[in-house]
Design a protein. Structure first.
Length: 605
């Protein structure tokens, strides 16, 4: 390998005309390849139908009405916003919840209702188990829990048949070509020793990407849009890391498989809501507190914030991993969502974490936690007045911080005036704005910019570096990737199986979109520079682990059949039954060809 890379470098150095032509080709090819790669992923994400699952039915005892239970946690109440709306004055606006585990086992929880909830005449104190055929009375309304009938189940399965997403292979091929171009162009700008590391790292990364998609496809997974976006952004990360400091490439590459493993671990945990209810939520809260406390005690100062811990030759930010734990702790299943005690404990956890981060002078991360806290609090309470009160308190606290921390006020004083303080407080932003302008639409080419000589160019200023070396078009594509992930999570949240998945996906989305906004607007002087990373793109192992970990929550919100490894097994079990159900409901099909198609799909799965 050393001999091959040395020969490659010698050939490139001996052909200046060829390298200039190749650089020109790369500058035009990168935005074109980006368009091909991402357009397929975006179209596939937003063009597929999402038919809700039906887990059971709640019928009025007199048979007048029947309500489908489309979530493993169904809110029962008088309001139209409830999953099961019982329009009777004896029913509270928020009366009770009906929760299942996906295996036909159900529990009903009373939510401090005035006239109570009863199961077969027995009053529900906090909760009672329910079986099919049991009578559940909400106020004066009596209902019976029924399983989904054979005809209905067959019809639902037909609607939820796999409408296969666009095959990922074209995007993968284009992504491989993009990585090859980035690798060769970066070799042109570096010395022979760096060339060997660059070629080795990019080859290993491409092999990892293909191995991931191959294994997942062999496991019958069909939805890869989120991963294609993540691998695309990570390719840009390797490019900017190489340009700034190629010696960090092996560490950054190592963080990618670790991040994928973390995504799978979280996805496996998310399969079992019962386990999350009992152990994980508050266990994760304790881990988050422990990570932040360890940083307070052992953290070292870097870029003005005491948020780094050094162990041997490695350094990491515990607050990044604490964000994942915070999402777990903040999310709640519907049966616990309206318990004031639980919300109060979450408020206390948030207060401790944010104050601890402020003590470390890590106000960028503290702002990410605070905005995520506002989103989770609203999703859990739905109370705008409380949120406005919290926001007012935060603004007051921010004013006190500006008075107590003069250097932060100095940073605000240069806001919107970076060019006037180009040699003082606005040094980084002034250089970043110049780099963005010099890059133009197509950029100078990977490794060809000057912003890499400025501190934190590949982390806090990475948007400016993308604009300079890869061009404004490619940088906009990177921002659109985060917007697409967020829009997909919000769209999918409406059909989530559980409120836990919905809140987790929305809070993960909040972290992704808010961090991106802080990084982009900080680089362009639309906001003060806060030192927050760009998800997937900024150099740093902790940031990469966080980004892949948050992707697991988005995968959990994806209810498309066969698209997510989180729920693949239960769907396959349903599909195996499709052939049996079809035989029992032949009249429900329009043609023999359609029936045979369903049977074949069930056999394939």
């Amino acid at each position: 390998m050393h001999a091959l890379t040395a020969a490659l470098k010698a050939y490139l150095d001996s052909s200046p005309n060829l390298t200039e032509s190749f650089t020109l080709v790369v500058r035009y090819a990168i935005p074109m390849l980006s368009l091909i790669i991402l357009s397929g992923a975006f179209l596939s994400l937003f063009s597929l139908p999402r038919n809700k699952e039906v887990f059971a039915r709640l019928e009025r005892e007199d048979g007048s009405e029947s309500y489908p239970v489309n979530h493993l946690e169904a809110l029962v109440g008088r309001t139209g916003a409830a999953d099961i709306a019982l329009h009777d004055n004896s029913v509270n606006r928020i009366h009770a919840t009906l929760s299942g585990n996906g295996r036909g086992e159900w529990t009903v929880y009373d939510i401090d209702s005035k006239q109570g909830t009863f199961v077969n005449g027995e009053e529900v104190g906090v909760s009672l188990p329910v079986q099919y055929g049991d009578t559940i009375t909400f106020g004066n309304v009596s209902t019976v829990l029924r399983p989904v009938g054979t005809l209905e189940e067959a019809a639902v399965l037909r609607k939820r048949r796999i409408v296969r997403p666009l095959p990922p292979w074209t995007s993968l091929l284009m992504l491989t070509i993009l990585q090859g171009m980035l690798c060769l162009q970066l070799c042109i700008t570096k010395n022979a020793q760096a060339t060997h590391t660059i070629v080795t790292v990019f080859m290993m990364y491409t092999a990892l990407m293909w191995a991931y998609f191959t294994v997942m496809r062999l496991c019958k997974i069909t939805g890869f849009e989120l991963e294609i976006i993540a691998f695309y952004l990570t390719s840009i990360c390797l490019s900017v890391t190489t340009s700034c400091n190629w010696t960090l490439l092996p560490k950054q590459l190592l963080s990618v498989p670790l991040g994928i493993i973390l995504m799978f671990v979280i996805g496996r945990m998310l399969r079992n809501l019962d386990l999350i209810r009992r152990y994980f939520r508050w266990g994760m809260a304790a881990v988050a507190l422990g990570l932040v406390a360890s940083t307070l005690l052992l953290g070292s100062l870097k870029y003005g914030a005491t948020n780094w811990i050094h162990i041997g030759g490695f350094s990491f930010q515990p607050s990044e991993l604490a964000k994942l734990c915070y999402v777990f702790a903040g999310s709640a299943t519907l049966d616990r969502l309206f318990r004031r005690r639980n919300l109060g404990l979450f408020l206390l956890l948030s207060f401790v974490l944010i104050i601890s981060l402020a003590m470390m002078n890590d106000f960028g991360t503290a702002s990410v936690f605070f905005v995520t806290f506002l989103v989770i609090s609203f999703l859990r309470s739905g109370d705008f007045a409380t949120l406005l009160l919290m926001l007012g308190g935060a603004i007051s606290a921010g004013g006190l911080v500006l008075v107590a921390k003069p250097y932060i006020w100095a940073r605000f004083s240069t806001w919107r005036h970076a060019m006037e303080y180009a040699s003082e407080g606005g040094y980084q932003q002034a250089r970043t704005l110049t780099a963005i302008a010099s890059g133009g639409l197509l950029g100078t080419g990977p490794g060809g910019g000057f912003l890499k000589r400025v501190a934190a160019a590949d982390t806090d200023l990475v948007f400016g570096m993308m604009c300079e070396e890869l061009g404004l078009i490619t940088a906009i594509f990177a921002v659109l990737c985060i917007i697409a992930l967020s829009a997909f999570a919000i769209r999918s949240a409406m059909s989530c199986r559980s409120s836990f998945y919905m809140i987790a996906a929305c809070s993960a989305t909040t972290m992704l979109i808010f961090q991106t906004a802080l990084n982009v607007f900080g680089c362009t002087d639309l906001l003060p520079l806060t030192g927050v990373t760009f998800p997937f793109v900024s150099n740093g192992g902790s940031s990469m682990l966080l980004s892949w970990g948050l992707l697991a929550f988005l995968k959990a919100a994806d209810t498309r059949p066969g698209a997510s490894f989180v729920f693949r097994r239960s769907y396959r079990e349903q599909q195996r039954r499709l052939g049996v159900l079809a035989e029992e409901t032949d009249d429900d099909y329009d043609s023999e060809d359609e029936l045979e198609s369903d049977r074949e799909e069930g056999d394939d799965e």
